[in-house]
Design a protein around this ligand. Structure first.
Ligand code: BGC
Length: 758
């Protein structure tokens, strides 16, 4: 057998397995001609030596109009809505598109999988809960991000899915956004690189990846009706830049358009963002799928660049699209382009040649170990007064653990990113899925691992923290008090303030007053304010820590792991310092979903009314840039994080074209550690961007006393501005200031270079 014959033989064989058609009479089963019985002539698109585009063209050539229409919409809400029909072949995920058996085109089974595969429990499956995406981004480690994506891809595949619908890269403009735990950063470069690596990791498993929610889906309040307003240059240099980086790095199969409007048009019928930017300027070859229920028209959406309507029961891309094609309102070529994008992505990612094997088994132990490793790089040590951390086990005779259900588990984020907790909610166990709207804890008890690492005989107590006076008593009788505080966040709901909920600030205050050795461990979806920061010694941000979280937290607290994470977002001291002191549109009356939520206390139902969210207030000055521009001091700055060792920076060199910087990094402390060395650039004053911007970084491991010459490449894009006149990125001429250090607010090295325009 020649090699190419072998390839073809296996390709056909694998498809036959995935469709469950092997040895059956396909004509009888599917009402179509036999698909696999004849080995020859081989269907021409199964020639794996051809590229994905050529294979897609060959298959599309054979398709009927009805078959094409079938591929560009989902089969309905299915398992997401009780009482809705579930299509045959549906794998239990959020989305399903029926394949075409006679052409060997498999069904598409799509699963939400932002921080792990959603909805595993109803199918009696297991999925690993990873740390939140914002936590992973705090590692600033592209390899950890790739690993993150590969855990998701591996488990999707083992559960029979061939497409992920995770990959959130919306910019953290709004620190109270309920979905920040699914997003990466307020900085477009950090966000784009880390989420791009996640998508690469997913796709390395022959599972199609996705990047979402395109674009400017930066708050949940009124997400279905709001109009995000932002001038084009700012849009290109902030929110869109994050997408641009992730998409050009990962070549994801899908880009999910968002619910909101962008400068007037809905994101899923927005010619500018879909046709002009994504497909023309960035050369995106995959397909645009709508967020669930995010399609609002047939002809307008199709012409603006939407390729797939999900979940599809709104009937925009079924018969009405067929009719529009027949009537010539949507050109046949546009429909063919939609189908081409879908099918070529399936070939390009190997989901046709190497389909998932349903009902193989997820390895929970491997997943847990990977989740813990990522979390250990993600935890950020924010304060360590008097070196209270790491806890000296030999000298610590008693520890009071307080709050956060730290006796049983760790918190997870809610909404479509919710992973089902094994055994049910750890604080309210029971089998089945983890319901929408409830704070779900996973069975990874920080207390258990603290007990394991404390010296034998150490007295360890737990107090639930519901009564501050009681908690203070428990704290007073221990040498060290560790308070766990939580902020549950979810899709569909923003937080009205930066404060911890449920009066936990009072709890920390009471404990700190009773015990001068108080350490606070945060499990939050994003930044929170900490009015008690000056009264406690240790502060550790663990985000939502994932299934290995309990052990990872204990490893940091006792120094088995040296903390190395750095903040991917600014922690403001108060909401008054934010560009939008109030979340736009969030009032008691409207609740979180905008005017029609009826969820506010007054339970008033009004018709949804579109409202603007004016992001021109800050424009390009998102996050740390705003704080610089306004000369405001945050509680903790972007890029900040402590270690149990110290690092010194020296000897900065910038090459003539500012494409590469190098410097010396020395570990001046007594133990090994990882430093995230950050490089910022301030563009010439003439361009009107009066703030430094992240331009590169490197995570470096150094033994105690060791030093290393570190080189960081700077992408010329990051030295450029977006010219709306030229409709292109342009590097301005003038003086560029390059700064290097361990935090956006502490940059010991600086050098200017003069560059000509390009
Ligand atoms: C979310 C998406 C999700 C989809 C399917 C929507 O509500 O915004 O992120 O993928 O539902 O569950």
């Amino acid at each position: 057998m020649s090699n190419s014959w072998l390839v073809r033989f296996f390709a056909v064989g694998m498809v036959c397995l995935s469709l469950g058609l092997c040895g059956t009479n396909v004509a009888n089963a599917q009402g179509a001609r036999p698909a696999v019985a004849q080995a020859t002539p081989l269907q021409p698109w199964m020639d794996a030596t051809l590229d994905a585009d050529a294979r897609a063209d060959r298959m599309i050539h054979e398709m009927t109009l009805d078959e094409k229409i079938q591929l560009v919409h989902g089969a309905g809400w299915g398992v997401l809505r009780a009482g809705t029909p579930v299509a045959a072949g549906h794998n239990g995920g959020a989305g399903f598109v029926a394949g075409i058996a006679r052409l060997h085109l498999p069904d598409l089974n799509l699963a939400d999988s932002a921080v792990g595969v959603r909805m595993a429990a109803p199918e009696s499956r297991y999925a690993t809960l990873l740390p939140s995406v914002i936590g992973m981004a705090a590692s600033w480690d592209p390899e950890a991000a790739f690993l993150y994506g590969s855990v998701i891809g591996r488990e999707l595949r083992a559960q029979g899915y061939n497409m992920s619908i995770g990959g959130g890269v919306d910019l953290i403009r709004e620190p109270r956004n309920g979905r920040n735990f699914e997003y990466a950063s307020e900085d477009p470069i950090l966000a784009g690189v880390m989420v791009g690596q996640i998508a690469r990791g997913v796709q390395s498993n022959h599972v199609m990846g996705d990047i979402k929610h395109y674009a400017v889906n930066d708050q949940e309040t009124g997400r279905n009706i709001l109009n995000a307003v932002l001038d084009q240059r700012s849009l290109r240099e902030t929110d869109l830049l994050a997408f641009q980086i992730a998409i050009t790095m990962a070549h994801p199969a899908g880009v999910m358009c968002a619910y909101n409007h962008i400068n007037g048009d809905y994101a899923c019928e927005n010619d500018f963002t879909l046709n002009q930017v994504l497909k023309r300027d960035w050369g995106f070859k995959g397909f645009v799928l709508s967020d669930w229920g995010g399609t609002h028209s047939t002809v307008k959406a199709a012409l603006a660049g939407l390729d797939m309507d999900q979940p599809g029961d709104d009937n925009f891309f079924s018969d009405p699209l067929k009719q529009a094609v027949v009537d010539g309102k949507v050109p046949q070529a546009r429909l063919d382009d939609m189908v081409h994008r879908i099918v070529r992505s399936m070939f390009a990612n190997g989901v046709i040649d190497q389909p998932p094997m349903p009902r193989s088994v997820v390895d929970p132990f491997r997943g847990r170990d990977d989740a813990q490793k990522i979390e250990e790089e993600s935890i950020v040590l924010l304060q360590n007064t008097g070196g209270i951390l790491p806890i000296a086990a030999a000298k610590t005779k008693s520890i009071a653990i307080i709050g956060g259900h730290a006796d049983v588990g760790v918190l997870s984020g809610g909404g479509s990113a919710q992973v089902d907790a094994p055994g049910g909610n750890a604080i309210d166990p029971g089998p089945g899925s983890s319901p929408w709207g409830k704070a779900i804890y996973f069975p990874s008890s920080p207390m258990r691992f603290i007990r394991e690492q404390a010296a034998a005989g150490t007295k360890i107590t737990y107090d639930a923290g519901s009564d501050p006076a009681q908690a203070a008593k428990a704290a007073a009788s221990a040498q060290v008090a560790i308070v766990f505080v939580t902020q549950w966040m979810t899709e569909g709901q923003d937080s009205a303030t930066l404060s911890l909920p449920d009066k936990q600030d009072d709890l920390v205050g009471a404990v700190a007053a009773a015990n001068s050795n108080t350490i606070v461990v945060l499990e939050t979806g994003g930044p929170v304010s900490m009015p008690w920061a000056g009264r406690v010694k240790g502060i550790v941000e663990s985000w939502y820590p994932g299934i290995g979280g309990g052990e990872a937290i204990a490893n940091i607290l006792f120094g088995r792991v040296n903390p190395s994470g750095k903040l991917p977002v600014t922690f403001a001291a108060t909401e008054n310092d934010l560009p939008h002191p109030h979340v736009t549109g969030l009032t008691e009356r409207t609740g979180n979903n905008g005017a029609d939520a009826g969820g506010g206390r007054e339970r008033v139902r009004t018709r949804p009314v579109e409202f603007p969210v004016d992001y021109n207030v800050e424009g390009m000055a998102v996050g740390y840039r705003w704080f610089q521009e306004k000369n405001l001091k945050p509680l903790f700055p972007f890029g900040f994080g402590l270690s149990y060792t110290h690092f010194a920076y020296s000897n900065l060199k910038v090459d003539a074209d500012a494409k590469r910087v190098s410097f010396e990094l020395r570990n001046t402390g007594a133990q090994a550690g990882d430093e995230i060395a950050e490089v910022y650039v301030m563009l010439p004053t003439s361009v009107g961007e009066p703030f430094r911007k992240l331009a590169g970084w490197k995570r470096v491991s150094l033994a105690a006393g060791a030093s290393q010459t570190v080189e960081v490449a700077i992408d010329p894009l990051y030295l450029s501005i977006y010219s709306t006149e030229k409709n292109a990125w342009v590097r301005p001429s003038g003086e560029f200031l390059i700064e290097v250090g361990g935090s956006s607010a502490e940059l010991p090295l600086r050098q200017s270079v003069r560059l000509a325009t390009r």
